[in-house]
Design a binder for this molecule. Structure first.
Ligand code: PLP
Length: 389
């Protein structure tokens, strides 16, 4: 007897389908030169000082007196202290409130184990599909609500227990302001609800009215679980390390339940990855990370300008490495995928992957190389200048 909820996961609108279509295109066009504006993966490598720290960590593992084994279920203390001091400076989040994991993809689903199986879960349409599909894999029911015209989830009238908010947002590329988040915090505290605040794109934030952390906002410590990852900023998409914060205001009972759950369900992130994550806070690593983010932000500016000049309407791309674009000539998003692939050998992500509200949209990623972004802009410009385009 298998989990029937797995059967309900939408396979028609998935990254798997787009990978398959790209593979088929490559097979039938052996000389193709595809440029991906679709990937959510980064194009810079792990910063040198971080890689050095991981090499040293490998060395630690090879000697009896520095070997690390089981035990650091929610993260080694030195990393949790580094997070507290660097990411939460002035915000009073201590190492004891931080739980290290092996990626926000796992964390954002695992956290549901803290809540009752009947908890009412709310996600937006569009949203990062893992919130919906991960919850379904755990056999949970999920309510999906369309975003408002600003492509943000509006505070509902009815009761929900767990709400996912991604800001800066994948896929739309916009971000919630402090004022908008405060309305959610007020809702959560009034309803005894919890907000899973996915802040993995925090380092891309630019707008001054978007908070760097949810804990800058009053009332957040009783209801918000903030998640962050090293994947995008420090290129840990293959290394795997993340963390989330359960503020002490949740109460000792919740912390002890979560620790007990974790001891039974997780043996911790890799020691090597955690030592690497700790080294991301070195000034020399921070300088490299900032320079990588500057390139991605420059890519976003270039691509946005290119799509806008070609007559598309563009949302996002200022506080996140993504932006959201309408499909050409009323195509649905899979038709647009085929159109960009066949006409320009450019890969976009069909908006439908993120929910039915994405049907007439495409997600464009700025995480590729500068060279590829410039080449893609050249192809789009050239296509649009054709008399029949
Ligand atoms: N959350 C969001 C909104 C994402 O876009 C991604 C990755 O693309 C993740 C989480 C996954 O992050 P990680 O690599 O830490 O698992």
């Amino acid at each position: 007897m298998i989990n029937r909820k797995l059967l309900e996961i939408d396979k028609e609108n998935s990254f798997n389908r787009s990978s398959k279509l790209i593979k088929e295109y490559r097979a039938s066009h052996p000389d193709s030169d595809i440029i991906s504006l679709g990937i959510g993966d980064v194009s810079f490598p792990v910063p040198g000082p971080v890689a050095e720290a991981m090499k040293k960590a490998c060395g630690d593992l090879s000697f009896m007196d520095t070997f690390q084994g089981y035990g650091a279920y929610w993260g080694i203390e030195s990393l949790r202290k580094a997070i507290s001091v660097n990411d939460y400076r002035g915000l009073g989040i201590s190492a004891e409130e931080i739980y290290v994991g092996d990626g926000t993809k796992s964390d954002c689903t695992s956290i549901l184990e803290l809540f009752d199986p009947d908890a009412r879960i709310l996600v937006s349409d569009p949203c990062y599909p893992v919130y919906r599909n991960g919850a379904m894999a755990l056999g949970r029911d999920v309510s999906v609500r369309k975003c408002g015209p600003s492509f943000k989830l509006e505070v509902p009238k009815e009761h929900f227990d767990v709400i996912y908010i991604c800001s800066p947002c994948n896929p739309v590329g916009n971000a919630y302001t402090g004022e908008e988040l405060s309305s959610w915090i007020e809702y959560a505290n009034r309803n005894g609800a919890y907000i899973v605040y996915d802040n993995v794109y925090k380092d891309f934030r630019e707008s001054s009215d978007v908070p760097g952390s949810i804990y800058e906002l009053e009332g957040s410590r009783t209801c918000c679980i903030e998640m962050r990852s090293y994947s995008k900023s420090a290129s840990f998409s293959g290394t795997r390390c993340s963390y989330f914060v359960l503020p002490k205001e949740f109460g000792e009972e919740i912390h002890s339940l979560w620790r007990e759950r974790t001891i039974n369900r997780f043996n911790g992130a890799s020691y090597v990855a955690q030592k690497g994550a700790e080294a991301t806070y070195l000034p020399e690593s921070q300088e490299i990370i900032r320079s990588h983010i500057e390139v991605y932000k420059g890519n976003a500016a270039l691509l946005k300008e290119c799509f806008s000049s070609a007559g598309f309407s563009v949302t996002g791309g200022t506080d996140a490495p993504y932006f959201w674009v309408n499909t050409p000539s009323g195509m649905d998003s899979w038709e647009a995928f085929g159109f960009f692939l066949n006409e320009m050998e450019i890969v976009i992500v069909p908006g439908s992957i993120f929910g039915s509200e994405g049907k007439r949209y495409m997600r464009i990623s700025a995480l590729g190389s500068r060279e590829d972004c410039i080449r893609a802009c050249g192809r789009i410009k050239k296509y649009c200048q054709q008399p029949t385009a």
